[in-house]
Write a protein that binds this ligand. Structure first.
Ligand SMILES: NC(=O)c1ccc[n+]([C@@H]2O[C@H](COP(=O)([O-])OP(=O)(O)OC[C@H]3O[C@@H](n4cnc5c(N)ncnc54)[C@H](O)[C@@H]3O)[C@@H](O)[C@H]2O)c1
Length: 343
C-alpha cells in the first residue's frame, strides 16, 4: 500500500526534502503541498514543478480538499504544533521535523491527542538512521569493549552569518542543533539523562542574537558521565554534523562520527575501537536500506501500515525524553546551576 501524504512547510529544507529523500521512498507519495507564505509556496511550485491545484496556503484548506493518510511537517518550529494538531484532529498520521515542539507540555498534548485519535505521531530524528550511531549503540549494549562510563562529544561549525531561522530562536545551538546530539546520546547510551549542568555563551566570533556555543556535563543513568562542547561559530576544524564521539569503556574506547556528507550519504561515517596496548581497529558498519530522512519516512510508512514501529524510531512519546533533556540544558544555562531531568 502506498501512503498518500501532504507536505507542510516548503522553505529551504522543505524543498530539499521534496528533491532528495522523498522520491527514494516508494512506500509513500506526496499528493499536496502547503506553506503559509505565498512567496515560499510560489518558489517551491516553480522550483519543483508542483501541480498548482495541489498547493495550499493553509493546512485546513488542504485537509478540506485533498484526501491524505498523513502529513509530513517540514515547517519551521513555530508551525510544528499547530499543524500537527490540525492534522491529528482530522484523523491523519503525522511525521514532523525536529525539534518536536517548543515545550514538553506542547509535545505531551500532541502525544495525548495522537493516542486519543489512534494515529501515529513520529519525529524525524534523521541522525538515528545512519550506520555509525547504530553500531555504536550495539557495541555499547553488548559491552563489546566493556562497560561504558564516560563520553566526550564535540561539535564545531563555522556559521558566522546566522540564517534567519536561527536569528529567531532562543538558544540556537541547544534548540536547533544539539537536539540531534541529545537524541543520539539517549539512543546510543540506551539510557536516560538524570541531570545536566550547562553554560552557554556568545563567543567574540558570534553574530547570533542568542548564544551559539555551549558546554555541559550530563549525568546519565548507570553512572555514565557525558561532557559536551558545541559551537556554531568555532574557528576550529568543522566536525561532521553528528559531532566527534569518544566513548570510554572499561576495556578501551569506541570512537565514531557520522553525517559528514549530505542527504543520507554515509561517506563520513566510521567507528573505531581502541584498546590499551593494541592497534586501533575499524569496525565494519551495518547496512541500512534507507538512511537519514529517507529512513524516517520509511519507518513512518512501516509504523502506519503495520502498527509496529521499527527499532530506533522516534515516536512522539519517546522523543519527549530528548525534548526534556534539551529544556533542562536551556534552564541550566539560564539559572547557572545544575538541573535534574525528571519524568
Ligand atoms: N534534521 C535536519 O537535519 C534539519 C536540517 C535543516 C532544517 N531542519 C528543520 O526543518 C525545519 C524547516 O527548516 P527551514 O530551514 O526550511 O526553515 P525556513 O524558515 O527556511 O522555512 C520554513 C517554512 O515553513 C513555513 N511555515 C511556518 N509555519 C507554517 C505553518 N503553520 N503552516 C505552513 N507553513 C509554515 C514558512 O512559511 C517557511 O516557508 C525546521 O524545523 C528545522 O529545524 C532539520
Amino acid at each position: 500500500m502506498t501512503l498518500k501524504i501532504a507536505q507542510v512547510g516548503m522553505g529551504r529544507w522543505g524543498q530539499n526534502w521534496a528533491k532528495n529523500p522523498i522520491p527514494t521512498v516508494e512506500e509513500l507519495e506526496v499528493v499536496a503541498w502547503v506553506d503559509a507564505s505565498a512567496e515560499s509556496l510560489r518558489e517551491a511550485r516553480t522550483e519543483l514543478d508542483l501541480d498548482p491545484d495541489r498547493c495550499f496556503l493553509s493546512v485546513d484548506e488542504m485537509l478540506g480538499t485533498v484526501d491524505v493518510d498523513g502529513v509530513l511537517i517540514t515547517a519551521a518550529l513555530p508551525g510544528h504544533v499547530p499543524v500537527a494538531e490540525a492534522a491529528l484532529k482530522a484523523g491523519k498520521h503525522v511525521l514532523t521535523e525536529k525539534p518536536f515542539a517548543p515545550s514538553v507540555a506542547d509535545a505531551q498534548r500532541l502525544v495525548d491527542l495522537a493516542d486519543r485519535q489512534d494515529r501515529v505521531l513520529m519525529v524525524s530524528q534523521n541522525y538515528r538512521f545512519f550506520p555509525a550511531p547504530r553500531l555504536a549503540a550495539q557495541l555499547t549494549a553488548d559491552q563489546s569493549v566493556g562497560a561504558l562510563y564516560a563520553v566526550e562529544l564535540v561539535f564545531r561549525r563555522q556559521i558566522y552569518e546566522p540564517p534567519a531561522r536561527h536569528a529567531a530562536l532562543v538558544q540556537p545551538l541547544l534548540m536547533d542543533m544539539a537536539i540531534h546530539h541529545f537524541d543520539l546520546l539517549r539512543m546510543v547510551l540506551g539510557r536516560e539523562p538524570e541531570a545536566v549542568y550547562c553554560h552557554s555563551w556568545q563567543p567574540p566570533t558570534s553574530k547570533f542574537n542568542d548564544p551559539p556555543a555551549a558546554a555541559m556535563v550530563v549525568q546519565f543513568g548507570g553512572g555514565i558521565v557525558v561532557t559536551y562542547q558545541g559551537s556554531w561559530v568555532s574557528t576550529g576544524p568543522v566536525t561532521p554534523w553528528a559531532g566527534e564521539w569518544r566513548m570510554e569503556c572499561t576495556e578501551g574506547e569506541i570512537l565514531w562520527t557520522s553525517r559528514g556528507g549530505s542527504n543520507g550519504s554515509i561517506e563520513g561515517d566510521w567507528v573505531k575501537v581502541r584498546k590499551p596496548g593494541a592497534a586501533e581497529k575499524n569496525v565494519p558498519l551495518p547496512t541500512l536500506r534507507h538512511r537519514g530522512r529517507a529512513g524516517s519516512l520509511a519507518a513512518f510508512a512501516e509504523t502506519v501500515t503495520s502498527g509496529n514501529a521499527p527499532d530506533y524510531t522516534s515516536l512522539g512519546r519517546d522523543n519527549i525524553g530528548s525534548l526534556r533533556f534539551m529544556q533542562a540544558a536551556i534552564k541550566s544555562a539560564a539559572i547557572g546551576k545544575p538541573v535534574e531531568i525528571g519524568d
